[in-house]
Design a protein around this ligand. Structure first.
Ligand SMILES: Cc1cc2nc3c(=O)[nH]c(=O)nc-3n(C[C@H](O)[C@H](O)[C@H](O)COP(=O)(O)OP(=O)(O)OC[C@H]3O[C@@H](n4cnc5c(N)ncnc54)[C@H](O)[C@@H]3O)c2cc1C
Length: 350
């Protein structure tokens, strides 16, 4: 285990916020974590788990110990009649895993191409894009319990997946008492890729691509290419413009609430859900409040997609986490005042 002190985190978070970690350990395997737990110097420090830093807002220097998960490895784990089960180390890049599976001839992850971050963070918020979520492909994961030092395995039901949600986002002291936030470090994730693969083309953007190319049955590689093209056109590249992707979750309202909003705002973008509720496009709500392209301090709202908050600073004077939070709260207030809807933030505030 290599322990570093006073480590700059600016390149370790996709917003490019210039915070520092009091201590940082790179976790390459379980033994690194066991060494952390045995080390008397580190015993009483607060711990923060960090992957690629693409879904966090750092509001200041991080006190205590940052565990940066870098566990490597990708392999075929099992084959069943229905699925190819693969296993990847938590520190692998999610997008690299998608590329690797396609190269092996195992489709199933292509709709989630180009989602930044690590494999280990993917179950934390049940990542998803273009009609497929992690839970649709999830098999199981191994994690280490920071309280006991034991490694345990969770199946899909035990992960409690929801829309951008899982047990890893809830603390043990929460209302259901089942949370694992801050307690579990995910080490390995296994995914089941269906042998009888069919393209998922339910999203309008993908249907448009399909029509434009006149392809009745596109290959997984074709879907991958379309998803990459769509994402590159819509979302800012964090290497060029710091951001954490969608900053707010799409809110869900009852059919009655939605009818009420439509009566006032006929153009509101909404998607009926199978359970009778209605999902509203958070980006549309923010846009309707006039936020697109606006800047407060050194944080701003992306001009091409109001759901994305961006770093409008410079490498020398990047936006601070405080500026991002001030902007986020101002947006929440104006959406609430106009639509009566409370927007929930998607990134984890540290
Ligand atoms: C441009 C852009 C586009 C994006 N598009 C999407 C999208 O389409 N869909 C989507 O769902 N998300 C999207 N995101 C959000 C982000 O990519 C995902 O949430 C991703 O899974 C975060 O991975 P990370 O490794 O960067 O996690 P981090 O930001 O490092 O961490 C996020 C949370 O997970 C925890 N965590 C990380 N690793 C582990 C681990 N090994 N064990 C336990 N806890 C851990 C952290 O403690 C933290 O609470 C986007 C982000 C950006 C910047």
């Amino acid at each position: 285990m290599i322990l570093a002190q006073n480590v700059p985190l600016q390149t370790y978070n996709s917003f490019g916020i210039a915070a520092r970690a009091e201590y940082l350990v790179r976790v390459r395997d379980e033994a690194d974590l066991q060494a952390v737990l045995r080390d008397a110097r580190l015993a009483h420090l607060p711990r923060t788990v960090l992957g690629g830093g693409s879904n966090v807002v750092l509001t200041g220097d991080v006190r205590g110990l940052v565990l940066r998960v870098e566990v490597p490895g990708m392999r075929l784990w099992a084959q069943t009649e229905r699925d190819i089960v693969i296993e990847a180390g938590a520190g692998e890049s999610w997008h690299d895993l998608v590329v690797w599976t396609l190269a092996q001839g195992w489709p199933g992850l292509e709709n989630m191409a180009l989602i930044p971050g690590t494999v280990g963070a993917a179950p934390v918020q049940n990542i998803g894009a273009y009609g497929v979520e992690l839970q649709d492909r999830f098999h199981s994961l191994d994690a280490l319990d920071l309280l006991t030092g034991e490694v345990f395995t969770l199946d899909p039901a035990q992960c409690g997946f929801g829309y951008r949600d899982s047990v890893f986002k809830h603390s043990a002291g929460g209302p259901d008492g089942l949370g694992l936030a801050g307690r579990a470090v995910i080490l390995r994730v296994r995914l089941a890729l269906p042998r009888r693969w069919r393209p998922e083309l339910g999203y309008l953007d993908l249907q448009r691509k399909q029509e434009a190319h006149g392809l009745a049955a596109p290959s997984a590689q074709q879907v991958f290419d379309w998803v990459c093209e769509i994402r590159r056109a819509k979302l800012p590249d964090p290497q060029v413009l710091g951001n954490a992707g969608s900053f707010f979750k799409n809110p869900t309202v009852s059919a009655e609430q939605c009818a009420d909003i439509i009566a006032r705002e006929p153009k509101v973008v909404h998607y009926p859900m199978p359970d009778g509720s209605v999902k509203l496009a958070a980006g549309w709500l923010i846009d309707a409040c006039g936020w697109r392209g606006k800047t407060m301090g050194h944080a701003g709202v992306y001009e091409r997609q109001a759901l994305v908050l961006v770093n409008r600073g410079t490498p020398e004077r990047p936006c601070t986490g405080g500026e991002v939070m001030t902007l986020a709260r101002a947006i929440q207030t104006s959406v609430y005042e106009r639509f009566g809807i409370r927007l929930e933030m998607e990134p984890v505030v540290i």
